[in-house]
Write a protein that binds this ligand. Structure first.
Ligand code: UN1
Length: 497
């Protein structure tokens, strides 16, 4: 049900606009880009506005004009709109979940799960704005009332990836709005339909014109001018480290606040005393769900040598049994990769590793008889930590087993990469678990559960090259989306005399 967001039809296929200043409108150039189903590229999902600098300037202008009014609205009134949006989106979960699976390629169950998560995020921040927004301190002067306030920043540029096309936009946009900022939202060019659904729910819920603006198009044509615009005082980005670091230079260089969520090369350490059945299930979920296309995905299983071959056998058997196919079918466990380029790249990485002599224990290549961008879930064993497979994020359904002698070597291997987003340990040993929590260089640490997953009310973000120190979600989002004002309030000299 995207009525109202569709500005035209072409051969029976919907043409979607940008949402600027409260209206769904075509890109200034009039141009559009096709959005196709990665499971079946013959299926056209829609035509989406192919925007550029002119559209970005209009959207930033609308957001700038709307800022004073929105920042001046009571937090409770803002919360009511967010809560209403959560109800609208909740009523559409089956539809949006299905369209997410069709547009992005994750399974229907995951698509519904992700849409449900976006609803939970809306609900969470509708409540979060009712929490305290400042602190009171004692002053050196007994008559001074000394306190802090948190105030919104202004226009925020939100640039989101395709792999969580509704949850990540929600967890960036909703807190920005909740704390009184206005937003220009540039979604991944491969998943604009989910962005339309989220924007539509917020617009229908009563967001005033200009408070949230959606501009679709490529990173170069839309992202670049957005990041460079002096009126955009904060930029939040999730995506590749190459793009993120470039963005930091440009936005950071002109003094904007920048928040980056970049890659991961997340380890699951399995010690000899672990429950191996549980470890196998969790490691496979972490590595293979969403075809491994999560920055929190498990891409390294670092395993105590004493159980490495048994674990590898079990992983290999379970990975080979995973059902790859149409994400909309109930029996499917693994959908396609997002695009032909992504599938070619991952298959290329698998071939390179095989040619280098790394032992393949399951998968490799593409499944037969499927038309989309599918890659077989793949397991390599006896992988060297300093190899490409041991160091680089592949962003596909590929897991590398790295055998180690003990927990100390496991942690040192785990820490040997440039990323530090999430990490898991499987053990029954409390002392080793505590030592792992202290020594692992990761922003999200799991003991006896998979590396992926994020609850909306706790901080999310990584160490080292995975983030830019700032955290997202929960109370951490208040840090990013507000600034602190310290107030020294003294009575006028005459009072009380
Ligand atoms: C999750 O693990 O459920 O882009 C969320 C990503 C992360 C989000 C992961 N920023 O994959």
């Amino acid at each position: 049900m995207t009525d109202g967001t569709i500005i035209d039809h072409r051969d029976g296929v919907a043409v979607y606009g940008n949402y600027i200043g409260g209206a769904w409108i075509a890109a200034a150039s009039g141009e559009t880009t096709e959005n196709r189903n990665p499971s079946n590229p013959d299926e056209l999902i829609g035509h989406f506005a192919s925007s550029g600098a002119e559209d970005v300037a209009a959207a930033v202008g609308a957001a700038e004009n709307a800022f004073a009014g929105w920042a001046g609205t009571s937090a409770i009134a803002r919360a009511n709109i967010l809560y209403h949006a959560s109800e609208i989106l909740a009523s559409r979960i089956p539809e949006v979940g299905r369209e997410l699976a069709r547009e992005e390629g994750k399974t229907l169950k995951e698509g519904i799960g992700e849409t449900t998560r976006a609803v939970a995020i809306l609900r969470y921040f509708a409540g979060e704005v009712q929490q305290p927004i400042g602190e009171q301190y004692s002053s050196m002067n007994p008559s001074t009332l000394l306190f802090t306030l948190r105030e919104p920043l202004g226009v925020c540029g939100i640039i989101t990836p395709w792999n969580f096309p509704i949850a990540i936009p929600a967890w960036k946009i909703v807190p920005a709005l909740a704390f009184g900022n206005t937003v220009v939202f540039k979604p991944a060019s491969l998943t604009p339909l989910c962005a339309v659904y989220l924007t539509q729910a917020l617009a229908e819920a009563g967001l005033p014109p200009g408070v949230l603006n959606l501009v679709t198009g490529s990173g170069q044509a839309v992202g670049d001018p957005l990041v460079a615009d002096d009126r955009v005082v904060a930029v939040s980005f999730t995506g590749s480290d190459v793009v993120g670091n470039e963005m930091k230079k440009i936005a950071g260089g002109r003094g904007a606040k920048v928040q980056l969520e970049l890659g991961g090369k997340n380890p699951a350490i399995v010690l000899a005393d672990a429950d191996l059945d549980h470890a196998v299930t969790q490691v496979i979920n972490g590595a293979m769900m969403s075809s491994g296309q999560k920055c929190t995905a498990t891409s390294r299983a670092i395993v105590d040598r004493r159980v490495a071959s048994e674990l590898a056998d079990r992983l290999g058997a379970s990975i080979s049994a995973l059902k790859v196919g149409d994400p909309l079918r109930d029996s499917t466990q693994i959908g396609p990769l997002i695009s032909a380029e992504a599938a070619d790249r991952v298959v290329g990485e698998i071939d390179t590793a095989r040619q280098a002599g790394v032992a393949l224990a399951a998968g490799g290549g593409r499944p037969e008889g499927l038309n989309g961008h599918f890659v077989n879930p793949t397991l390599f064993i006896d992988v060297k930590s300093d190899s490409r497979l041991g160091q680089e994020e592949l962003f596909g359904p590929v897991l590398a087993v790295i055998p180690v002698d003990d927990v100390d070597e496991a942690i040192s291997v785990a820490n040997s990469v440039r990323f530090g987003l999430s990490a898991s340990l499987f053990t029954r040993d409390i002392a080793r678990a505590l030592s792992f929590i202290q020594k692992i260089q990761a922003g999200i640490v799991h003991v006896n559960s998979e590396t992926a997953g994020a609850e909306p009310h706790v901080p999310f973000g990584g160490y080292k090259g995975s983030s830019s120190y700032s955290r997202e979600q929960g109370k951490a989002s208040r840090e990013f989306y507000t600034q602190v004002k310290t107030v020294y309030f003294d009575p006028p000299p005459s009072s009380g005399s």
